[in-house]
Design a protein around this ligand. Structure first.
Ligand code: BMA
Length: 387
């Protein structure tokens, strides 16, 4: 009996041990299964691209107001050029623009400086700096005319983006066109520059990329009169597909035709590359005539644009604007902000300040106090308010 008991006990102990082991194994399996599920879940949820993160940031910022942007801000102003950390805007209001615009024209030729004499090395440095201080960067590109570019050095606009002497340029750039190969080398140079826009630890910088703008006018070789809607879209896709293929998931693509009288959605859509290709919808609109005409056009265009953006899940912006040389010093607060304040746009950007032509403020100019008044408005955002 004793032996039996002992044997039974041994068996019991063994069985218990086995049961315990089973429990442990089952427990471990459950834990492993849960962990595997979590891991699988993580793997199937794709990481947001740098461009998507920027899109979310722009969307969030819209609840605070709309941002001020300035082209070529840190390079030169009305009375200075190429100093360190200088800016006409900062010299007026003490803060950097939230958005800074940069221009690539000339990169396609392998030039060291852009069409406005800005060295590309300096441009890359300032883009990185602005990103690191919390700012937002947008890039435009006015490439030379690939058909007449050999006329470089001729009297403006020969060979430039504004050279419209040949109306077949877009078709020649597209696949099977005579200038396609040349254009591939141009895009390659753009890609090389964009590839440099990284922080020291290798993070790609988010960029609002705005090529082929003001295409509904006819002053650039990609303008309305010089290509069909399909050719224009072909040109857009060529560049976008090329840069996507090179892995630039940090570009937020912006479409910005010109302001127009009675702009309809139908008109806006005529050359629109498509919802799958565009994240930011804009218009470029300057005041060339009277204040009344500008205000009524801007008002009508922004009403259409912001409705379109809401319906299509896009961000809207006044991608370029200005009153040349601020001939009405009160313009910022008497003309511009009363219209912009009505709409949920992300930003407006005024063009560059140089001696012959300026669109931003400058300390010595009579519009400076009105610019400061605009700066003080809660819903007009500068760098300090978006960091
Ligand atoms: C235009 C003018 C030109 C300049 C071009 C690209 O509006 O400012 O002088 O070359 O933009 O920046």
């Amino acid at each position: 009996m004793g032996e039996l008991v002992t044997e039974t006990n041994e068996v019991k102990v063994k069985v218990k041990k086995e049961k315990d082991m089973k429990k442990i194994i089952i427990g471990a399996m459950v834990v492993a299964a849960v962990m595997a599920a979590c891991t699988t879940q993580k793997q199937t949820e794709p990481e947001k691209t740098v461009a998507q993160q920027l899109m979310e940031r722009l969307d969030t910022l819209r609840s605070k107001g709309y941002m001020f942007g300035h082209q070529d801000d840190p390079f030169y102003g009305l009375t200075w050029e190429y100093q360190t950390d200088s800016s006409d805007v900062k010299n007026v209001c003490g803060d950097w623009p939230a958005v800074m615009g940069f221009e690539l024209g000339g990169i396609e030729m392998g030039d060291a400086k852009n069409l406005d004499s800005v060295p590309f090395t300096r441009m890359a440095e300032e883009i990185i700096k602005h990103y690191e201080r919390g700012g937002i960067v947008t890039i435009s590109w006015h490439p030379r005319n690939p058909v007449t570019d050999s006329l470089k050095g001729g009297t403006f606009p020969q060979g430039s983006a504004w050279d419209i002497s040949d109306s077949t340029v877009v078709s020649q750039v597209l696949e099977n066109g005579a200038k396609h190969e040349l254009f591939l080398t141009w895009m390659c140079r753009v890609a090389e520059f964009l590839g440099k826009l990284q922080t020291a630890d290798g993070q790609k910088i988010p960029i609002i990329f705005r090529p082929w703008h003001e295409n509904t006018g006819s002053w650039f070789w990609w303008g309305e009169k010089f290509c069909t809607a399909d050719e224009y879209k072909g040109l857009w896709n060529l560049l976008q597909d090329y840069l996507n293929g090179r892995g630039f998931d940090n570009l937020l693509w912006a479409y910005s035709p010109g302001m127009a009288s009675d702009l309809t959605e139908e008109k806006y859509l005529e050359r629109y590359p498509g919802d799958d290709r565009i994240s930011l919808v804009g218009i470029d609109g300057y005041q060339w005539g009277t204040k009344e005409d500008f205000v009524s056009q801007l008002d009508q265009n922004l009403a259409m644009l912001t409705k379109f953006a809401a319906d299509h899940g896009k961000i809207a912006a006044l991608t370029e604007c200005g009153l040349k040389n601020l001939t009405d010093p009160t313009w910022w607060t008497s003309t511009l902000t009363p219209v912009l304040g009505k709409y949920g746009i992300s930003y407006f950007l005024v063009w560059r300040n140089y001696k012959e032509e300026w669109f931003g403020p400058s300390p010595s100019m009579p519009d400076a106090p009105y610019f400061k008044e605009m700066y003080a408005k809660k819903n007009v955002l500068f760098l300090n308010e978006i960091q």
